[in-house]
Write a protein of this length. Structure first.
Length: 82
């Protein structure tokens, strides 16, 4: 996946637009050769522990969502996504 594609994957998750298994596939099913994408994947897989959800059924708390939004912004800036 490219930086732009990962940004879109993260955005889909935040906005509830992804498929039922998209998040699991991203956090555990994909292998990235790019160290930055591996870092993001690792961070995303631990957000529910780092920022526990405040609402039952949510993946993580609001601080975790902000972490995801920062990665989206950073990925798009690095790749100049349109």
């Amino acid at each position: 996946m490219t930086y732009c594609e990962v940004a879109q994957e993260l955005e889909n998750f935040v906005e509830g637009k992804g498929g039922e298994w998209d998040w699991d596939n991203f956090t555990t099913g994909m292998r990235f050769s790019d160290p930055y994408l591996r870092e993001i994947q690792h961070r995303m897989s631990g957000l529910s522990t780092e920022f526990p959800p405040l609402v039952k059924g949510h993946y993580c708390g609001p601080e975790g969502i902000e972490v995801i939004r920062r990665y989206i912004k950073e990925l798009r800036e690095r790749a100049a996504c349109s």
